[in-house]
Design a protein around this ligand. Sequence first.
Ligand SMILES: Cc1cc2nc3c(=O)[nH]c(=O)nc-3n(C[C@H](O)[C@H](O)[C@H](O)COP(=O)(O)OP(=O)(O)OC[C@H]3O[C@@H](n4cnc5c(N)ncnc54)[C@H](O)[C@@H]3O)c2cc1C
Length: 502
Amino acid sequence: MWDEQADIVVVGLGGGVIGTAKAAQMGSSVIAVEKMPQVGGATWHAGALMVFGAKKVPRAAGSPPFNLEEAVRKAVEQSGYTVNEALTRATIIKCGEMVDWLADIGVEWTTNPFGTVYSPAFKQDPDHRGHAALRGAINAAYEFMNKKGGKTILNTKVVALVMDKGRIVGVKAIRSPENTTIFIKANKAVILSAGGFSHNKNMLKKYVPTAYKGVGSVSMALPSDTGECIRMGQGAGADMSGYDSFSGFDGGIDFSEVNGPWFRFLTSGDIQLARGAWLHLNKACERFMDISSSPLQFFSRPAAIMAQPGNRAYVIFDNNYEENIWKLKPMGSKEPITPDLPLMKDWFDPKLASADWKVRVKEAIDMGAIKSSDTLEGLAVNMGLDPARFKAAVEKWNGYCKAGADPEFGTLPQHLIPVRDPPFYGTKIGCSMGSTSCGLRVNPNMQVLDLNQNIIPGLYATFFTAGGGAGEVSFAPPAVWCAGGSMTTAYMAGEHAAKQNG
Ligand SMILES: Cc1cc2nc3c(=O)[nH]c(=O)nc-3n(C[C@H](O)[C@H](O)[C@H](O)COP(=O)(O)OP(=O)(O)OC[C@H]3O[C@@H](n4cnc5c(N)ncnc54)[C@H](O)[C@@H]3O)c2cc1C
């Protein structure tokens, strides 16, 4: 029956690369199965990772020494006491170990000012517009795994787990483009590191209903995030955790009304434009927060947007946006991408976004996702807003811009940009989803648990395929614990699985 066999079969080669390499180093034979034609997943595009307690990484200037108890306490508190403390503790401990282990296999780490670290093998520009530094670490781990005899099968989608007497003993997969079925035996374990389910709306509706309602489009989880591996785990009897948990940015243009895309990569010009600190209104044409520059608002904006009537906000700007966008520089990752950026060739992926931000803006205008009109009343009608209320709100805002002060929300003076010259533009936004944080319930070794909280022998899951790493009913800004969570938990699963008897 079996076409291939190894001690450990890893499904999904994003953060999963780390677990594959670790298990191979420990002497296990490994086969990694990836449905896409290339290695890396979303992890390959990430810019930096959050690190706890690594010894071989320079600490950010002025940052306090690592304190495990404090790190665990903070994580538990921030989750509203909904994370599993033992799992959180294990992950925090292993994060530093994983980063040090990568240093041992040749990854040179640098600390950035936020206290997160990145591999300088692919440098970022100082504004964090380049989202590719972690590919240095992924590439190094992948090369290491190959040297240790690990095998990769690309273009091959795992479609089922094979179970024998209550134990997971392998996977069934379909190869593309031949459409042939193969069975791969796993003598020790199958590790599911296949991401979450941001692109599966049925699963979103059931398990992350706030995202189902509040997300306008997805900007980080790649379209490969379709959740089938979570469904397979459930089929094997697994419990779920991380109900209604996900992460996201602001500026998630809602393309649904124009039958536009559900996935619009973060660096796309239209998304970056919509993330600017322009006038934001809700359905009642009321402003609802300071859309200005502090990091707090950068983080809380998506939640505030989703809390508005209809779970949407409206972003309004005028014909001078191409010039004014450069005045809105709240955080680097919101800046438009231009072809002349330094390091462009190192980190930019033209398959995901245009190198000229204006191209995607024009596309969104042509699609009707960014609406325009020569009059304010006309724009209101095009966006389904009340024209009189809309006009009054814009005029009030323009008055604040003229006075250089916003008595309602204290917008920074440099962000008080009037909506003055036609044509006027507006776009309806929800949250721009990073990833789901809901999936198979695991113990601190990343072993999947069944509904009675017993281990399902032979089955592991990592951060986004597992759930609960971010707690229950948890909304978090992305890029806090995303790539770090995925890489660390893959390391944990690989290490633990390698110690099992085959
Ligand atoms: C532009 C960008 C910037 C980012 N910046 C940061 C950052 O600075 N810091 C940070 O922490 N995070 C960042 N992130 C987020 C972070 O990269 C991801 O959340 C995380 O890396 C996801 O890891 P993963 O291993 O779960 O998923 P992935 O890396 O996507 O890997 C999952 C893999 O599984 C494969 N797969 C799925 N189903 C199957 C199947 N049935 N059979 C076979 N293979 C399958 C997929 O094709 C994919 O390759 C960023 C993401 C993007 C896109």
